[in-house]
Design a protein around this ligand. Structure first.
Ligand SMILES: Nc1ncnc2c1ncn2[C@@H]1O[C@H](COP(=O)(O)OP(=O)(O)O)[C@@H](O)[C@H]1O
Ligand SMILES: [Mg+2]
Length: 145
């Protein structure tokens, strides 16, 4: 059954649930070293996660790029623990659209992601990105909560 999922994509935003999703996907991948694990992070250059006044856009953008690089390094160290083929990706754009597109382009068999992310809004069960991906992805979506 597990070998049906030979290419797994983790949607990662550095939230606690996305870390849990990564762990889950790594455990799934350990079942078979033929499984490929791709981790995708989408940044929105026009929408800072933390707004700081007085920040020029370019300076902000540069800081965001550095943060993404640091997170990718962290991820890559963790992924090295697996015998599987793994890769991390950082793309810019609308997270839901970019994740669905990435999953399609890479012909993934499974997406693993959190039910919630960084927004901190708790009134709905699913965050907007996970809601969008569940509806639009061509393959099964494993929602971690
Ligand atoms: N920018 C992003 N890049 C990659 N994955 C993301 C991104 N934003 C959200 N996700 C994925 O979607 C899950 C749910 O997040 P989201 O729908 O944004 O909820 P919230 O509304 O609480 O932020 C996260 O745990 C993560 O797996
Ligand atoms: Mg979010």
């Amino acid at each position: 059954m597990l070998t049906d999922y030979s290419r797994i994509v983790v949607a990662y935003d550095h939230s606690e649930l996305s870390k849990k999703a990564l762990k889950m996907a790594m455990n799934l991948s350990k079942q078979d070293k033929q499984i490929e694990l791709l981790v995708v992070m989408v940044t929105q250059p026009e929408r800072p996660m933390v707004y700081s006044y007085g920040y020029a856009f370019e300076a902000y953008h540069e800081k965001q790029r550095e943060e993404v690089k640091a997170i990718r390094n962290e991820l890559e160290q963790e992924l090295e623990l697996l015998p599987n083929k793994t890769r991390t990706f950082a793309v810019e754009g609308n997270p839901g659209h970019m994740i669905v597109e990435f999953v399609k382009q890479n012909d993934a068999d499974l997406v693993v992601m959190g039910s919630r992310g960084l927004s901190g809004l708790k009134e709905l069960f699913l965050g907007s990105v996970s809601h969008y991906v569940v509806q639009k992805a061509h393959c099964p979506v494993f929602i971690v909560k």
